[in-house]
Design a protein around this ligand. Sequence first.
Ligand code: PLP
Length: 383
Amino acid sequence: MKDFIYADNAATTRIADEVLEAMMPYFKDNYGNASSVYKFGRDNHQAIESARKTIAHLIGASPMEIFFTSCGSESDNWALKGTMHRLAAEGKKHLITSKIEHHAILHSAEALEREGFDVTYLPVDEYGRVSAQSVKDAIREDTGLVSIMYANNEVGTIQPVKEIGGICREAGVLFHTDAVQAAGALHIDVNEQNIDMLSMSAHKFNGPKGAGVFYCRRGHFPDNFMDGGAQERGHRAGTENVAYIIGMAKAFEMACAEMDAKAEKLAAMRDHIKEGLLKIHDSQLNGDPVNRLPGNLNVSFAKIDGQSMLFDLDLEGIAASSGSACASGALDPSHVLLAMGLPYEMAHGSLRISLGRYNTMEEADRIIEAVTSVVAGLRGEKK
Ligand code: PLP
C-alpha cells in the first residue's frame, strides 16, 4: 500500500503533539478530582478555570458562559432540548432550524416534535445557503429558538451567521449556532456575530475526541441536560474530564493562533485539487464556490457509487468520505445534497475531501491522480 493520506479532517483530526503533551500529566500525576477540597484537587480546578478563560477569550465570551461537555453532539442536544424545555413554560413551543444541519441537531429537533414542539426546517439554495430573510419570515409569536449551523460539515458552506443572529436579536428570539466545523477554522466573536449559544468539539481542531464546549449567553442558560453533582456551576453534572478540557483549550489556542496562515495553505491545496477533479468529465462542485470552509472540497461524479469510490480510494491509501462521515455506512444519499437540489444520482456519487493541519501539496497531487484513476476505473473507461 502506498503512503497513507488522511483527507477526512471534517470527520476527525489527528491530535497535535503539543496538545497530547499538555494532557499527559493529568492522566498519571495530576489525577485529582477537580471538585475536591484538598490542593491535589483544587489545582486541577484551577487548571480547568484557566482553560475556560482561554476558550471564552478566544470567542469573545465571558468564562461563566462556557460549559464543558462530552462532545459537540451533547452541546447541540443541550442547546435545543434544554432551551425549548425552559421556554415551553412561557408558551414558546416553536423551533426554527434548517434542512442541512448535522443529525445532532436534526434528531434533537425530531425528538422535540415527538414531545409536541413545532419545528420549521428551512430550505437552502443550490449552494447550501440559508437565507436570513427566510429566517425572518419563519419567526412567529411563539418562536423560542433559531438554530442554524455556522458551516456545513459536508459541503463546507458558511452561513450568514451575523445577519441571522441580528434578525433573531431584533425579534427577541434566541440564536444557537452549531460551530463544530467552524471552530478553529473561522473567526468567532459571539457578541459581534449576535450569537446567544454555540457548540464546539475538540476533535475537529486537533484536540481529543470526547470533549466539547457549549457557550451560552448569561441570562439564557437552558434547563439542565445532565443532572447529578454540582459541576459546571450546577448546570452540567459529571466529574470533570480534566485532561481533555486542558487538551481542548490548548488545541483551540493553537488553532486560533494558526488560523489565517492555515486557511491560506488549506485553501490553496483545496483549490488545486478542485481544479484537478473538475477536469474529470461529468463532475460538479458541491457547496458555495466562495463562502466555504478552507479545507473542504465536495465534488460529485455522475455514474459513480460513492461507497465504491471510497473503497477503491482506501486501496490507494486515501481516507476520504462520501456524504457525512457520521452517516457513512448508510447508503441513503446525503440529506444535505438532496436539500440543495442535487439529483439522486449526483448526490450518490459525491466525494468529500477535507484537509487539515498535516496535509501537504504533494498529497494533493496524489489525491488528484488517485481519484482520476478510481473514477475512470469505476466507469469502465480505463485502458
Ligand atoms: N455538528 C457538526 C456540524 C459536526 O460536523 C459534528 C461531527 O461530525 C457534530 C456536530 C458532532 O460532534 P461530536 O462528534 O463531537 O459529537
